[in-house]
Write a protein that binds this ligand. Structure first.
Ligand code: ADP
Ligand code: ZN
Ligand code: ZN
Length: 732
């Protein structure tokens, strides 16, 4: 028999299927195998098996070994590999990598095994007893301990009965070692709790709507605190009861532990967690538990959509609008798109949930392509928090130059007096600190990336957030020599410093990239806050998402309009989402919540809709704008980014890609709303020069889209690379 093998080399030239002779090995579709390739041995994956090869028999090499004792990929995964490699124009080898824990390749991680010791069943125990000297008390004690047939951990036996006694018995074959695989369970220290609740009418309605609709996809549009999580848990439970499996996705790492805790509480070890914050060993173990069927629920961030589960009963994507569901690095893919494919294969439902659905998703739901369920009220009809608008222009006029409006100071004091907690939210991007020369206007920039540097108080450093380079703080302006330098913008630390001055008695915690670099850092800070260990939590975007802090009654949003000014067609959508999510942290339990929103443009329509919790109103306006200005979902933005170390190579590469694209454009002008080549807004990043071709296509132009991918992948670039991005979140 012949196996069709994809070898683990992502180079596009070897992106072919190679035939290998199976010989007498036990190989099935999905097996990982070692194969000889160009004079070395490499790993490959079997994607098909056939009787005969087109090639002459003498040309076909033999598979050297089978790497695991089970097929690593399911048939469904192999179908998806084919789909992804075609749709997103990546090699099959790199698509396969999405489905395997990285540490499985090249045998970097092995299973964690623990040594257990027991009496060798093949030995005559009486003979052993009589051959041992009476003085060897430890050896006799070990035999007594184990003679009932049990096995015990080697490490414990060695401690209890001395290592030499164990060794002596092993040497005479009286004992044998069993290596038993144990799983490294992440977050195993978390106490699982299961609060069983009586479902509300709205929750029951949502569940039956998902079950009864003929549509594959249901959008649950439920305000923050409407009880969507309970709906998800119920749907997962039903799937498990039917003998099926489930995938539950949450955005990014910050939210995962909390959701996981809830799932653990309900389903115990039936759920496995998959995200990039786990150690290599943990990730491998969780993957193995899913692959073997021991775990039936995969929970995690984006990459958990590739979980090796069979017989899926439901896929849930919480906070479906979240940007982290779009993969920005190669291979780029849309999580919702992959999820739909998996639902097609398994004949199961996809549930999208959000308080602020993306414009795209909501449009599909309104048009009837998705089933739409609304949960417009919070659990127990708790009111949504009241929003107080602080006009910062007035504050400045009144001589208040601090970060906090008088409203916010007042409310913070009241919350402290009442023993309640508060959250202060700030938009990191709007608040990074830059060094400016007050005499000539010079702003310190990264010499590698050509973007402004950010000041970090700890270490007195200037850091480039794009490449991570550190610079010493300047003592004088490099352009004019002036020593009149100062900081603009504000970081979390500055906010904390001012808070400490205003409220010396308050305990303040801070959460941003600087404080949460390690694996479970998010979880630690959040759970300490949830336990009431501090009064005020200051943080960036990370604190905006889904956490449930019952004792929080106040959320302060500093500079709410900051994100409105990003040069991105989605800035209105992002601002609305962010404000709604942050406001949703307030008043989730019995306590009524308040939000103080500080802004320099209180008349801005996006802010007005957000303050009134009027998603429909926001949506109608936003769609009208997108339609008029021809932005997605009424168009598709495509960017081809060409990068090279030398500027001349980047320009050369740009030309190579541009020529055939220009031709495509000339022949299909109707399909293009925009077509041009240019320098990227950030001309240099991580030591690479960046040039780009920017296109905007009319909606529904799959054929053209495919042509573009084909042109870019087949372009013969020597010293440059080119990549395709669709509706990129970041156009810098
Ligand atoms: P969402 O995900 O929609 O923001 P949650 O699922 O976090 O909302 O629910 C908000 C709060 O209501 C949580 O504290 C949750 O424990 C509680 N809750 C959910 N469903 C019920 C119910 N049926 N009865 C009582 N409390 C509930
Ligand atoms: Zn200067
Ligand atoms: Zn840099």
């Amino acid at each position: 028999m012949i196996a069709e093998v994809i070898v683990d080399i992502t180079n596009s030239e070897v992106d072919k299927v190679f035939d290998y002779n199976i010989g007498d090995l036990n190989v099935t579709v999905g097996s990982r195998v070692g194969v000889p390739f160009a004079n070395r041995k490499i790993e490959g994956l079997v994607i098909g098996i056939k009787e005969k090869s087109q090639l002459p028999e003498c040309k076909i090499k033999f598979i050297s070994e089978v790497l695991d004792d089970f097929p690593a990929l399911t048939q469904e995964s192999i179908n998806l590999v084919n789909y992804i490699s075609k749709k997103y124009s990546v090699s099959k080898a790199s698509a396969i990598r999405l489905f395997l824990p990285a540490e499985m390749r090249r045998g970097r991680v092995s299973e964690k095994q623990v040594e257990f010791i027991k009496i060798n069943p093949a030995i005559d125990l009486e003979a052993v007893y009589s051959s041992i000297r009476k003085s060897a008390k430890n050896q006799l004690a070990v035999l007594d301990f184990l003679k009932s047939g049990k096995s015990a951990r080697a490490s414990i036996l060695r401690q209890e009965f001395s290592a030499s006694a164990i060794k002596a018995l092993l040497d005479r074959d009286a004992l044998i070692i069993d290596k038993i695989r144990v799983n490294r369970l992440p977050y195993s220290e978390m106490i699982s709790e299961d609060k069983s609740v009586q479902l509300t009418g709205a929750q029951n309605n949502a569940i039956s709507s998902v079950n009864n609709t003929n549509q594959q996809v249901t959008l649950i549009h439920g305000v923050t605190g409407s009880g969507k999580t309970e709906v998800y848990l119920q749907l997962i439970k039903e799937a498990i009861q039917k003998g099926k499996t489930a995938i539950m996705l949450v955005p990014e790492i910050s939210l995962t532990p909390q959701m996981f805790k809830q799932l653990r509480g309900r389903f115990n070890e039936l759920c496995a967690i998959i995200h990039s914050g786990l150690s290599a060993g943990e990730r491998f173990d969780e993957w193995s538990r899913l692959r073997s069927g021991e775990a039936k629920i995969a929970i995690g961030a984006r990459s958990a959509i590739f979980a090796p589960l069979e017989n899926l009963g439901v896929i849930i994507i919480d906070e479906e609008h979240d940007g982290s569901y779009e993969s920005e690095s190669s291979p780029r893919y849309s999580t919702i798109d992959i999820a739909k494919k998996r639902c097609d294969y398994n004949g199961c439902k996809l549930v999208l949930g959000s308080a602020t659905p993306s414009i795209n998703t909501y449009m599909l739901a309104k048009e009837g392509s998705y089933n739409l369920v609304k949960m417009p009220e919070r659990i127990n009809k708790r009111p949504l928090p009241e929003v107080i608008v602080a006009d910062m222009r007035d504050e400045t006029r009144r001589g208040n130059n601090g970060f906090f409006s008088s409203y916010l100071k007042e409310e913070l004091q009241s919350a402290l007096d009442a023993g309640k907690q508060s959250i202060i939210f700030l938009n990191r991007r709007g608040f990074s600190q830059q060094v400016i020369c007050r005499d000539c206007g010079y702003v310190a920039k990264c010499t590698v990336c050509d973007v402004s540097l950010n000041y970090h108080k700890s270490g007195d450093l200037l850091k480039c957030h794009y490449c991570g380079t550190n610079y010493k703080m300047l003592s004088a302006c490099p352009d004019c020599g002036s020593v009149n330098l100062s900081l603009i913008g504000t970081g979390t630390q500055k906010i904390v410093d001012e808070l400490k001055k205003l409220f010396p008695q308050a305990k303040i915690a801070r959460m941003d990239n600087d404080t949460t670099r390690n694996k479970e850092g998010h979880y630690k800070i959040l759970s300490a806050f949830a336990k009431g260990e501090s009064d005020i939590l200051v943080g960036t975007q990370m604190i905006a998402k889904g956490h449930d802090f019952p004792n929080v009654t106040l959320v302060g949003i500093l500079d709410a309009d900051m994100s409105l000014h990003f040069s991105d067609y989605r800035s209105g959508e992002r601002t609305y989402q962010l404000l709604t999510q942050v406001a949703g942290r307030s008043g989730r339990a019995e306590n009524k919540g308040k939000v103080v929103l500080q802004t320099y443009s209180p008349q801005n329509p996006v802010l007005k809709y957000a303050m009134a919790y009027d998603y429909e109103g926001f949506y109608e306006r936003e769609v009208a704008i997108r339609k008029a200005t021809k932005f997605p979902p009424f168009a598709l933005i495509v960017r081809i980014l060409v990068e090279a170390t030398e500027e001349a190579d980047a320009i050369e590469g740009l030309k190579t890609v541009y020529m055939p694209l220009k031709e495509l454009y000339e022949h299909n002008k109707d399909a293009f709303l925009f077509f041009n080549k240019m320098k990227s807004p950030i001309k240099r990043l991580k030591n690479k020069y960046r040039y780009q071709i920017l296109m905007r296509l009319t909606a529904n132009n799959d054929a053209i889209r495919e042509e573009i991918y084909k042109i870019v992948t087949s372009a013969e670039l020597v010293k440059a690379t080119a990549s395709v991005e669709e509706n990129p979140a970041n156009l810098s």
